[in-house]
Design a protein. Sequence first.
Length: 283
Amino acid sequence: MLKFEQYVRPDTPQEAFDLLQENRLATIIGGMMWLRLSDRTIPVGIDLSGCGLNTIEETDGAFIIGAMVTLGQLENHEAFKQMTRGVFTDGVHDIIGTQFRNLATVGGSAYARMGFSDIVTALLPLDTWCEFTGAGTMRFADFVNGGAARDVLERIVVKKHDYRASFQCLRNSATDFSTLNVCAALWENEWHLAVGARPKKAKFLEGDDLALPVGFTNEQLAAACENARYLNYGTDRRGSAEYRAELAEVLSRRAIQAAAAQSSVEEELARAAEANKPRGISQ
């Protein structure tokens, strides 16, 4: 059973951050969907639900997602879904169930950086940034690699681009954790690829690590997918390291090819407008 010796609900992220620094055994409470399964006593639980971090704001250049926004809120945000080609929705729609996704938070899922996370893999290849109370703003990829220890994640910022992107995964059954997940995204003339559920935390490839030009040949695509294959994989009850390596190559190819086949958002909107345009009545 999970117990709290002291429960605190601060009004601001700064108050939460100060409490976190004062007690090294304090724990941030976000959605608490995984935390509640633990069997321990926590000296101080710091609940972020009163800090005003539960909204999604769209600006001219980005979507600003509060850490307490639920997976369900972001999953069903049409403008965000359209810009990011649905990779977040594709990444979360099989996570346990609707009720769970309406309680679990984006910030809690991202900050935990759990090895099985579909959320981390879906966000990594996008132009994603984190805003912390103490550490300030950093790229999400840098945070996943180990930045901002014992801090309060306030917001996740996904900058606007003309993304081509695709999320691919394999599950042994519906609502199960992914055996492996992959997300590819093309923006600003560069490919970005994340491979997660290795079952270690997601690994991010771009630039020379991926070595995939925008207009790639079949040989260049094969070489990039081979780079994904030779990441470090582990074995658990969902699959062996060897099986995951095979999957990584296959799912990377599928994700990249699916993203490359997409038209620009502007072209798709123009086609939709044309399709919905009233037609003349034939005589």
